[in-house]
Design a protein around this ligand. Sequence first.
Ligand SMILES: Cc1ncc(C[n+]2csc(CCOP(=O)(O)OP(=O)(O)O)c2C)c(N)n1
Ligand SMILES: [Mg+2]
Length: 337
Amino acid sequence: LSSESTRGTRSADSTLESRPTTDELREWHATMVLIREFERVCEKRAAVGKIPGGMHSAAGQEAVAVGSIRALEPADLITSSHRCHHHAIAAGLTPNEIMAELYGKVDGCLGGRGGHMHIADFSRHLYGSNGVVGGGLGIAVGLALGSKVRREAQVALAFFGDGGASLGRVWENVNLASLWKLPIVIVCENNLYAVETHISDAMAGESIAGRAAGFGLPCMTVDGQDVLEVYDAVRAARDRAAADEGPTFIEAQTYRYDGHNTGDQQRYRTAAEVDAWRLERDPIERLRKELIDHGALTPEDVVQIDEAAVGAVEEASLFADSSPWPDPATASAGVTA
Ligand SMILES: Cc1ncc(C[n+]2csc(CCOP(=O)(O)OP(=O)(O)O)c2C)c(N)n1
Ligand SMILES: [Mg+2]
């Protein structure tokens, strides 16, 4: 459970055919387990008011974040959405600094001034979670434009949700990305719901990827519960973008296990629907089974990985609890009139 990002673990001359190593897959699995445990504990901490304003859990969507971010090279750039902890952990932020930020404490990644919807760390190239639905995509388009103008090989990766796919702002940015052939990979995490609204009640047309195709860029749909399928699609898209061949749009079909945000009573879906996704398509169980079947993980390893995740998140909670509040006198530091 290294806190170091393992982005770009493949050699620069790797081909599309090359597969992640067993060690890499083991790290992906451990990171997904850590995300799941982080969300489990955060839900509890938010429910008792430790996380002011509540939060949006990404439990169930781990493979989208890990598969996408592991397909990047270290210099690449990421923007997130309001549902963001899986992106932040996959990008290499530690549970301690994320948890302290969620609590609003001084040891958080932004000194406790950002909170859940402003988790960022420019040193790890994470340009923020975002309370504006679809807002991160606009920032990523700007990052990709900057990279192209400077002739740097940095690719931007943007995440947004199916609800964002019904916003004009999202398509304005997809249009510009395609028109200007920007080095960007656009990942829509289609978890079927925008707050309480099922996608079938909100969206005309066949699919989100189908909509995107109208903007003249390669578009595809992937199984977002299959980390390798996500990785392959994003890696190919990343390679295209780095070769100055323009953007790619990827719709990753996924599912959130928890409510939309803290306190959601979930009257808009059945427990049976949630259980079916958990039992039949869980991204961690799938990868775990594959690794065990191939002798890359033992049942003892699994116990140890689960325990390590519990320990790391327990430590993060203690760390956040004991971290001081920011000094009110510094509240406007850096703000100019
Ligand atoms: C511009 C804007 N409109 C509305 C909201 C309120 N809002 C917050 S999350 C959300 C639903 C987003 O759904 P989706 O894009 O599918 O992401 P998910 O929550 O499923 O991850 C809405 C409507 C907002 N934050 N920003
Ligand atoms: Mg959604």
